[in-house]
Design a protein around this ligand. Structure first.
Ligand code: FAD
Length: 386
C-alpha cells in the first residue's frame, strides 16, 4: 500500500490497529460487491450496524459509548473507507460528523442520551439537511423555516441532495426561526413525523453506492425538546461541515491511493509490444506523478490531524486540505483509469468508479470554488463571495 514517505512509522499502535482493522473489514465485507452496488445504485444497508459495531461512527468523540480515538486514527479510518468507495465514507461521515457531532456539541443531555448510543451502534441512521433546491453554496439564504406555536414548533420547507434521508430515522434540519429574526436553528426531526417526506434521488451518475434523497417538511410539528439548545446562527451547520470536511481531506487520499495501486498492478501485469506496459517511460511518468501527488496529500492530511488534535485547526486549514486533496484525487483517478485502457471504463476495476465519485466529493461540503474563496478571503481579508 503506497506510503512512500513512511508516515505509518509515526502512528501509535492504536492508530495502526484502527487503520488495519478498517482495511480488513473493507476488503472482506465490502470490496467484493461494491462494483455491483455501484451499478445497481444501492448501498449495502445490512452493513450499517456492523460498521457501528466496528466503531466507524464518530469514534473521535468521547463518552456515550464512544471511544474518543485520536483525530489521526479517525482520519485513517476515513481513508480506508474511501479507498473502497466514497459512498462508504459518506455513510460514516454523515452519521458521525454531521449528525452525531451536532448532537454531541450542541444537544441537550436528553438528546445526547437518546440519540448518541444508537447512532453510534448503527441501530439508528441520521441525515443532515442543509442544502435546499434554491440554496446550495449559499445556505444562509435558506427558506426552510420554523414557527413557534403553543406546543412547540412547526417546520416548513424542503431540503435536497441529502445523503441517507430515505433510510434515516432522524434528520438534523437547519431552519430559520421566524420568531427570532430568522436566526438559524438545528432541529432533530424524526422522519416518521406527520408531514415529513424523504423521496430518493435516483438518477445519479456519481456516488451511486450511496443513498441520496430530499426532505420535504409540510407543517411538521416538533416539540421544544427537539431543538438543539446550544447553537444559533450559521455557526451551527458550518462547524459540523468543518468536521466532515476534515474526514473528506483524508478520505479522498484513500480513493486516489486505491486507484494508484490498481493502476500500478495493472501496468506490471498488462503486456503490449512484447512486455509489461510498466516498462514504458510514459507509464512510469504517470505512476511517478501519481505517487508524488498522493504523498503530498497524505502529508497535508497528517498535518491536519496534528493541528486538530492540539486544538489549532481552523476552518481555513480544512478548506485548503479538502480543496487540494479532492482535486488531486479527481485528477489522479483519471490518470489511473487511463493506464487501464479499455478495461478501465468497466466496474471490474475501481479507478473510474472513484473518478466518478470524485465529481460529487468535489462538489459537496463546499464546492472547490467556494473553498478557493474561503482561502482567498483568509489570505487577503477581502470576501469575494458576492
Ligand atoms: C451526492 C450528493 C450528496 C450530498 N449530500 C448532502 C447532505 O447530506 N446534506 C446537505 O445538506 N447537502 C448535501 N449535498 C449538497 C451539496 O453540499 C451541494 O450540492 C453543494 O453545496 C453545492 O450546491 P449546489 O449543488 O446547489 O450548487 P450551486 O451552489 O448552485 O453551485 C453551482 C456552481 O456555481 C459555483 N458557485 C456558486 N457560488 C459561487 C461564487 N460565489 N463564486 C464562484 N462560483 C460560485 C459553484 O462552485 C458551482 O460550480 C450533497 C450533494 C451531492 C451531489
Amino acid at each position: 500500500m503506497l506510503d512512500y514517505l513512511d508516515l505509518g512509522a509515526d502512528l501509535t499502535d492504536e492508530e495502526r490497529l484502527i487503520r488495519d482493522t478498517a482495511r480488513e473489514f473493507v476488503d472482506e465485507e465490502v470490496r467484493p460487491d461494491v462494483g455491483d452496488h455501484y451499478i445497481e445504485g444501492t448501498f449495502p444497508t445490512e452493513l450499517i450496524p456492523e460498521m457501528g459495531e466496528m466503531g466507524f461512527y464518530a469514534p473521535n468523540l468521547d463518552g456515550y459509548g464512544l471511544p474518543g480515538v485520536s483525530e489521526t486514527a479517525y482520519g485513517l479510518l476515513m481513508q480506508e473507507l474511501e479507498a473502497c468507495d466514497s459512498g462508504l465514507r459518506s455513510m460514516a461521515s454523515v452519521q458521525g460528523a454531521l449528525v452525531m457531532y451536532p448532537i454531541y456539541a450542541y444537544g441537550s443531555e436528553t438528546q445526547k442520551e437518546t440519540w448518541l448510543p444508537k447512532l453510534g451502534t448503527g441501530d439508528a441512521v441520521g441525515c443532515f439537511g442543509l442544502t435546499e433546491p434554491e440554496h446550495g453554496s449559499d445556505p444562509a439564504g435558506m427558506e426552510t423555516h420554523a414557527e413557534r406555536d403553543e406546543d412547540g414548533w412547526v417546520l416548513n420547507g424542503s431540503k435536497t441532495w441529502i445523503t441517507n434521508s430515505p433510510i434515516a430515522d432522524v434528520a438534523v434540519v437547519w431552519a430559520k426561526d421566524r420568531s427570532n429574526d430568522d436566526a438559524v436553528r438545528g432541529f432533530l426531526v424524526e422522519t416518521d413525523r406527520d408531514g415529513v417526506t424523504t423521496n430518493e434521488i435516483k438518477e445519479k451518475l456519481s456516488l451511486r453506492a450511496s443513498i441520496t434523497g430530499e426532505i420535504g417538511l409540510n407543517d411538521v410539528r416538533i416539540p421544544e425538546e427537539n431543538v438543539l439548545p446550544g447553537v444559533e446562527g450559521m455557526k451551527g451547520p458550518l462547524s459540523c461541515l468543518t468536521q466532515a470536511r476534515y474526514g473528506i481531506a483524508w478520505g479522498a487520499v484513500g480513493a486516489a491511493r486505491d486507484a494508484f495501486e490498481t493502476a500500478r498492478a495493472y501496468a506490471k501485469d498488462r503486456d503490449q509490444f512484447g512486455g509489461p506496459i510498466a516498462r514504458f517511460q510514459l507509464q512510469q511518468e504517470k505512476l511517478a506523478e501519481m505517487a508524488t501527488q498522493i504523498s503530498l496529500a497524505q502529508l497535508l492530511a497528517h498535518r491536519l490531524g496534528d493541528l486538530k488534535e492540539r486544538g489549532d485547526l481552523t476552518p481555513q486549514h480544512v478548506s485548503m486540505a479538502k480543496r487540494n486533496n479532492v482535486r488531486m484525487a479527481r485528477d489522479q483517478c483519471r490518470v489511473a483509469r487511463e493506464i487501464l485502457g479499455g478495461n478501465g471504463i468497466t466496474a471490474d476495476y475501481s479507478p473510474m468508479r472513484h473518478m466518478a465519485n470524485m465529481e460529487t466529493v468535489y462538489t459537496y461540503e463546499g464546492t472547490h470554488d467556494i473553498h478557493t474563496l474561503v482561502l482567498g478571503q483568509d489570505l487577503t481579508g477581502i470576501a469575494a463571495f458576492e
